[in-house]
Design a binder for this molecule. Structure first.
Ligand code: FES
Length: 142
């Protein structure tokens, strides 16, 4: 465990360990992923590092799945019609309705979430992230 991780564990910081290098994670087939406008992608490091994967206006967007306000889920859609009709789509937290721009991660309230690069290669979607990611939750110790 790095010093950074120890500090995060003690103070409850939500920041990622800068020592970890980002790598491209294969998430799945494009034609299967476009079936949902939003879903959670799980991080092997724990739920605090999960990603909300959006598919809006024919494009994938990946942002933190945890709202930096008080920890609400950003992989739940509050208003689908609003999401798909906004010129610049935003993820909206269902707890207090803070909205986060899917391109920049910023919100009018001054909070930001991390935005992760996505790419399609041979009809497979990849997300650039520090952690190992999966569409299925990782088993946790009980
Ligand atoms: S927890 Fe997300 S807006 Fe408050």
């Amino acid at each position: 465990m790095s010093l950074y991780s120890v500090i995060n564990a003690i103070f409850g910081s939500n920041e990622s360990d800068p020592q970890l290098e980002k790598k491209w994670n294969l998430i799945g087939r494009e034609n299967e992923l476009i079936c949902l406008p939003c879903r959670r992608v799980y991080s092997k490091r724990g739920n605090d590092y999960d990603v909300a994967l959006y598919y809006v206006h024919g494009k994938f967007h990946a942002i933190d799945a945890t709202c930096p306000h008080l920890g609400g889920p950003l992989d739940e859609i509050v208003d689908l019609e609003m999401l798909v009709t906004m010129e610049r789509p935003h993820a909206m937290c269902p707890w207090h309705l803070y909205a986060y721009d899917l391109e920049t991660g910023s919100s009018p309230q001054g909070l930001t979430v991390d935005v992760y690069e996505t790419k399609l290669k041979e009809e497979n979607l990849f997300i650039l992230h520090r952690d190992e990611l999966s569409l299925h939750p990782y088993e946790t110790e009980v």
